[in-house]
Each structure stands twice: as structure tokens, then as C-alpha cells.
Design a protein around this ligand. Structure first.
Ligand SMILES: [Zn+2]
Length: 148
């Protein structure tokens, strides 16, 4: 017999961010979104990475991004853990000056009763980061991205 049961774990972790992750987090705390440029292929990744995921060369040049970009894709989240009121919108964005994609909350989008986004919203929408006033060095220092 293979009995199963639901188990809820609440675990607190303390994670070492390393040098690159620490500098990225410090940037968030200061209201600056950093990427890093690959020494080899020159692609800019955001969040900042120590090594390029494409060519595995070090990414040592820090690039300050404006925190604006274009929505490439999005999804409306109806079921998820956490305290954020649902439904909400998660965006996949290509930020100006970066080559990779960046995932974050999209705010200020009025969803219909069935959770559908407005007809005039979709891929190609320009967005800008909205920063929290009190920042701690976390990705949630960006409250969300707003449509311009
Ligand atoms: Zn590279």
C-alpha cells in the first residue's frame, strides 16, 4: 500500500547571494535595476548573472537599466500560494538594454469578471518598474510594472 497525505512545510532559509547576487540586491535596495554584460557574446542578462547562460563566459560588466521595456507575454494567475490578491497578472518582459527576458508582476491592469485582460492590453505594451518606497534588497522592491 502506498498511502499519501498532504503535508505543509514552513521552512525559513537564509541564502548566500554571492558577490553578483549581493550587488544586484544592493541595486534593488537603491532603486537601480542592474544587468550584467557577457564578456564573450555581449548579451546583457537581467537579473545580473556571474556567467553567461549562453556561452558560459564571465559576465563582468555591470549595466544600469532604466526599468522600462516591452511585454513579450503574460499570464493571468488565478490559483497560487501567497497573500497577493488573485487574479493578478505576471508579465514576461524584454527590458530596454537587456537581451534576456524578465518576469515580474504587472499592476494596474483592470481584469474582467472572468479574469480576462482589457482588449487593448497584450504583447508589445510598454511598461515601467514601480518601486516600493521602503526597499530591502529584494526583487519585490519593484512593486510591479505599470503599463505606460
Ligand atoms: Zn555570452
Amino acid at each position: 500500500m502506498n498511502a499519501t497525505r498532504n503535508v505543509r512545510w514552513e521552512l525559513d532559509f537564509r541564502v548566500n547571494l554571492g558577490d553578483t547576487g549581493s550587488r544586484f540586491a544592493e541595486g534593488l535596495r537603491d532603486g537601480i535595476l542592474y544587468g550584467t554584460k557577457c564578456d564573450g557574446c555581449k548579451r546583457v542578462a537581467v537579473p545580473a548573472v556571474e556567467f553567461c547562460e549562453r556561452c558560459f563566459e564571465p559576465a563582468t560588466e555591470w549595466v544600469e537599466l532604466a526599468g522600462e521595456g516591452v511585454v513579450e507575454s503574460f499570464t493571468v494567475v488565478h490559483i497560487a500560494p501567497g497573500a497577493r490578491p488573485r487574479p493578478y497578472v505576471m508579465g514576461v518582459m524584454r527590458l530596454d538594454g537587456a537581451d534576456g527576458l524578465f518576469v515580474h508582476y504587472l499592476g494596474g491592469i483592470s481584469l474582467g469578471e472572468d479574469g480576462s485582460p482589457p482588449a487593448d492590453f497584450g504583447p508589445g505594451a510598454r511598461v515601467r518598474a514601480v518601486w516600493e518606497q521602503d526597499r530591502t534588497g529584494s526583487i519585490t522592491d519593484i512593486a510591479h510594472f505599470e503599463v505606460l
